[in-house]
Write a protein that binds this ligand. Structure first.
Ligand code: SF4
Length: 599
């Protein structure tokens, strides 16, 4: 029977401790469910930036032993929404944690000085990082790669200057262009004076039933490499969505003013692939390789023909947030904005949507040149967009410092709340397909399109109309199913490969016996209930959720969205969630974990 271990690091004292958490994995399955239990162990009124506030990195039982089980989930209290912060990242981290012998790494406390932590199996060390502090997220990785001894299974998680400034829009970057992007993990790391984590190791689980394991592995491997679903991610990647979404009026354009972008062809996946794609990368233990890297040439100086080159990853969300939603149709201009964002270590979606709000607010008169110190904000003006990003990075004045706090915060302070396209405080992803996309963003535990894929329900309902309550129940069912996938922390691109049957077979082949469909469902329900419990403890209320005013006036892929209808379906979702919360109360109200607290 595999043993699951947690490494607990206290940055205040520099001490660490290892705990056996196998019982929690046996009860909750792994990943997001186990991490949620641990998060519930913390006091509800803890500030996201309080030293005691934990960051919990967790993987699942399939991580590094089966194909495309590549992600690591991070849980924390979000400085952006004030409640549950949950973010998933690929790269090599899951594989490195497995190699180091840990399925959970919990970081608490705050270092009295800038630091980075190296974890090489049992060797855990806290190092001074004064010379790294202030370096970009790109440079920090290069420096650490050169200075920390190499191992095949090594992963580097670090923040850029945005995280050091404790921006709630700051991401933590993992290896080559993977990110814990959403909800402000970078700011939380910055509040702990933690510049980076370097994880490595070469340990392996003993596979007891090799025959069973090999047979199942081959089946999955074949499904991954021969699946048309995975092939599309390799070929054009999610950037393939740009043109089809625009054609169905669902590609957010000019801060969600419309779903059709006249420049969609120029920033399509096909255009990027033909003109800019130079490399495909893959997360550790993935055969798909969907990470698309473009090359950008930059002059050292405008007067000289000498260039430096950068590789920058792109996908649909980045193209939407810095392209169509700002009305920018030049791939080079999008890449230049992305490069600045990568260096600073911002979440590209959140900073892009915040910029779009600023343009709307400027044109509506909520902002004036006095705020922007002379800049005139317009859609389609990438050069000014770059200047804005530079000014945010320098903290040019109060307005630019505020921009780094997100669209919802700025709209409350400066006006233009209708134009702040954020749900529960989180800036919206790149699908304006209709009611169910918006409902998914609003009700999802992390306010993300990945919670419940409402955009898919919108598109299906166009051909197969059903009553609203039926579709809301489908949305809820999908959210629960994703709890299982996220407890295994697989890449959601492989969601059609990891069916219930495949999951049960995979668990059994690892010697994790006794799992049934019912047990999986119960664990998922419990995890979802606990997340809501945590959010409500932090002040979240379904009844506070509103549709951003602008979205009620514009036409989405499924037509105009009536705010009253949106509110009714939020209430319907709330009632479904409440029923499950009550059913899971016996477990959710009990002390969430029996893990001894080393402090
Ligand atoms: S499909 Fe892409 S994101 Fe998913 S694991 Fe593979 S390389 Fe990473």
């Amino acid at each position: 029977m595999p043993v699951f271990k947690m490494l607990d690091i206290d940055l205040t004292t520099g001490r660490h401790q290892v705990t056996d958490v196998s019982a929690q994995f046996d009860r909750d399955l792994g990943g997001t469910a186990v991490a949620t239990s641990l998060l519930l162990d913390t006091p509800a009124d803890l500030d996201p930036y309080a030293p005691e506030a934990p960051i919990i990195f967790a993987t699942g039982p399939f991580s590094a032993v089966y194909p495309v089980a590549t992600k690591t989930v991070a849980l924390f209290r979000s400085p952006l929404t004030g409640n549950l912060g949950e973010s998933h990242a690929g790269g090599r981290l899951a594989m490195a944690m497995y190699g180091a012998g840990f399925h959970v790494i919990r970081v608490r406390g705050a270092s009295p000085f800038p630091c980075y932590v190296t974890i090489d199996e049992d060797q855990v060390h806290l190092h001074r990082a004064h010379s790294l502090w202030g370096s970009s997220a790109l440079a920090a990785e290069r420096i650490l790669r050169d200075h920390v001894p190499s191992s095949y299974k090594r992963s580097i998680v670090r923040i850029g200057p945005a995280g050091e400034r404790r921006s709630p829009l700051a991401a933590a970057t993992v290896d080559s262009s993977r990110h814990f992007g959403r909800l402000g993990l970078g700011g939380v790391m910055g509040s702990k004076n933690l510049k980076a984590l370097v994880v490595s190791g070469g340990r392996y689980w003993p596979i007891v039933e090799k025959g069973k394991y090999n047979a199942f592995y081959k089946k999955l491997y074949d499904a991954v490499v021969k699946s048309p679903a995975m092939k599309k991610y390799h070929d054009l990647g999610t950037a393939m969505n740009v043109v089809p979404l625009s054609r169905i009026n669902s590609l957010p354009t000019r801060n969600f003013a419309q779903g059709f972008f006249e420049g969609a062809d120029e920033i399509s996946g096909e255009t990027f692939a033909t003109r800019h794609l130079t490399q495909h990368l893959a997360c550790g233990h993935c055969q798909t390789g969907c990470i698309h890297m473009a090359t950008l040439r930059e002059r050292f100086h405008p007067e000289h023909h000498q260039f430096k080159t950068f590789k920058i990853s792109y996908d649909h969300e980045l193209i939407y947030a810095l392209g169509s939603n700002l009305s920018i149709s030049s791939p080079e201009e999008i890449l230049r904005l992305l490069l600045l964002i990568e260096k600073q270590g911002w979440d590209a979606m959140s900073i892009g949507v915040t910029l779009a709000w600023a343009i709307d607010a400027f044109q509506a008169g909520h902002l004036t040149p006095a705020h922007t110190d002379g800049l005139v904000l317009n859609f389609g003006d990438a050069a000014t967009g770059e200047k804005v990003l530079h000014r945010i990075a320098r903290g040019h004045n109060e307005f630019y410092r505020d921009l780094e706090r997100g669209a919802a915060f700025c709209a409350r302070k400066y006006g233009g709340q209708d134009s702040a396209i954020a749900f529960g405080g989180n800036e919206a992803p790149g699908y304006m397909t209709g009611l169910y996309a918006y409902l998914g963003y609003a009700t999802g535990v992390r306010h993300s399109h990945l919670d419940s894929a409402g955009y898919a329900i919108d598109q299906k309902a166009l051909n197969e109309p059903k009553p609203d309550d039926v579709l809301t129940a489908e949305l809820y069912k999908e959210a629960l199913w994703r709890m299982t996938l996220n407890s295994l922390v697989i890449c959601l691109f492989a969601r059609n490969i990891y069916t219930k049957e495949a999951i049960l077979e995979g668990l059994d082949a690892l010697g994790l016996t006794g799992w049934t469909e019912t047990r999986l469902h119960e664990a998922a329900r419990r995890a979802h209930a606990r997340k809501l419990q945590y959010k409500e403890r932090c002040g979240f209320r379904f009844d506070d959720l509103v549709l951003p005013g602008k979205l009620a006036r514009v036409v989405s892929g499924a037509g105009q969205v009536d705010p009253a209808r949106f509110a009714r379906q939020v209430a319907a979702y709330r009632d479904l969630a409440r029923a499950d919360l009550a059913a899971a109360a016996d477990v959710a109200d009990a002390p969430p974990s029996a893990i001894p607290n080393p402090r």
